[in-house]
Write a protein that binds this ligand. Structure first.
Ligand code: HEM
Length: 400
């Protein structure tokens, strides 16, 4: 329990942190990786270079400072981050390393303004915040280990099949190398792949949504090749080019809270952009397996028919249900005869025609796509809790 004085100091320094937050966390990362290079086996090197992870951490620390005497307010956000931490095998012993380097960074950036009193208050506050994470994550590790076929940290899986779904997307079917069964998971969850790439000093971690419904004796991930801008795609492209049937991958148990609520009965729409189809396909397959009577709309947007994956499969699935409709949206058509319901970007007039106001929408795709679709759904007057989405990469700015 923090003293009143500590709470006051922490809260009163929030504006300073807001001003210098990103500089502090950037300095913090630099320090931490100098002192503990082994931690580069956990962090996404691309996010570090782009600066997205420092921003995410800065926002979280500031938010926590604002609510230091009522930390339950940030619990939903903590849970979301904790899923990622658990999938990355972040452990209680890592927290003091982060705390020590964060405080040193605050001192370095704020200089004399960071008095001993302020540093002491933030040290206590950090411990309090870290304990919330450690507790939530401890519960998640326990749950993962208690599941039938479950495990904590990483487990070796063998690639049993590799199927090209489109010019850009390839699926990998994975089974536990030790022959054990796999745990069930919630439709929409992801697994984390930890990969050693020859000649690279540190390991790479990437999260990939499971692209099929639970209930099989394998996991499937469907991975997009990234050609556009280096160093994006270092893991995805390695999987495409160098990982073949018979190879092994170290993966985490399924994690994530962007999941289908199977209790609800309202109409539901899945709106996917590009490879964002993967978690939504798992959700849709689940409804098909359950013979769902819900009104279902599946909108699949892709750049063109060559990179569109699972198009025919989604249509086949829809035929198994009474109330499922599928719409294809292509930015551009390469062939005149391609079946497509809308050309260009998803817009208001198109969505108004195919999505009713009482629909629950699950969205997944690139950030500009998601921003545009969320804006249109807001314009249409859908309630906020009916608009559910998953961004790729760190959730920047999600805690206010
Ligand atoms: C991701 C906050 C402690 C390692 C994140 C994210 C946030 C965050 C906001 C982004 C979540 C997302 O991608 O959706 C925090 C806070 C911490 C803390 C507030 C302390 C109270 C730690 C510790 C470690 C760690 C102790 C391990 C040394 C990571 C890694 C990621 C991550 C590896 C994934 C991001 C990437 O790969 O670039 N954390 N974290 N975090 N965190 Fe933490």
């Amino acid at each position: 329990m923090l003293s009143e004085k500590t709470v006051k100091i922490v809260k009163s320094t929030v504006p300073v942190l807001e001003e210098y937050g990103t500089t502090i966390t950037s300095t913090f990362y630099k320090r931490m990786f100098q002192n503990h290079p082994e931690l580069l086996n956990y962090f996404n090197h691309v996010n570090q270079r782009r600066g997205t992870q420092p921003t995410a951490l800065a926002n979280t620390v500031i938010a926590a400072g604002k609510h230091i005497d009522e930390l339950e307010i940030i619990l939903p956000a903590v849970k979301q981050i904790a899923h990622k931490h658990r999938a990355l095998s972040i452990r209680p012993e890592h927290y003091p390393i982060v705390g020590e380097n964060l405080l040193a960074a605050i001192k370095e950036v704020l200089g004399e303004a960071a008095t001993d009193e302020i540093l002491q208050a933030w040290a206590e506050a950090y411990e309090e915040i870290a304990n919330v994470f450690i507790q939530v994550e401890g519960e998640m590790y326990r749950e993962a280990s208690l599941q039938k076929g479950g495990w904590t940290d990483l487990k070796a899986f063998t690639v049993i099949d590799k199927i090209k779904e489109s010019e850009a997307i390839t699926s990998f079917y994975l089974k536990p190398t030790d022959g054990a069964s796999i745990p069930t998971y919630l439709p929409g969850q992801y697994i984390t792949v930890r990969l050693s790439i020859p000649d690279e000093k540190f390991k790479h971690n990437r999260h990939y949504s499971l692209s099929c419904a639970p209930g099989n004796d394998y996991f499937r991930i469907s991975v997009k090749r990234e050609n556009e801008c280096e160093p994006l795609g270092v893991v995805s492209n390695y999987l495409h080019d160098h990982v073949h049937v018979g190879d092994q991958l170290d993966i985490s148990a399924p994690a994530g809270d962007f999941v289908l609520n199977t209790e609800e009965t309202e109409p539901v729409a899945f709106i996917s952009g590009g490879v964002g189809i993967t978690p939504l396909l798992s959700m849709f397959e689940t409804l098909v397996k359950d013979n769902s009577e819900r009104e279902i709309t599946f909108i699949q947007a892709a750049k063109n028919e060559n990179v569109q994956a699972f198009g025919d499969y989604v249509k086949e699935l829809a035929k198994k249900l009474n109330k499922a409709k599928v719409y294809t949206v292509l930015e551009q058509k390469n062939l005149e005869e391609t079946d497509c319901d809308h050309i260009g970007y998803i817009d208001l007039s198109f969505l108004q025609k195919v999505v009713s106001k009482n629909t629950i929408c699950y969205l997944c795709g690139p950030v500009p796509f998601m921003k545009a679709v969320v804006q249109i759904l807001n314009q249409m007057g859908l309630p906020e809790h009916h608009i559910r989405y998953e961004f790729f990469g760190p959730k920047v700015d999600f805690i206010q």
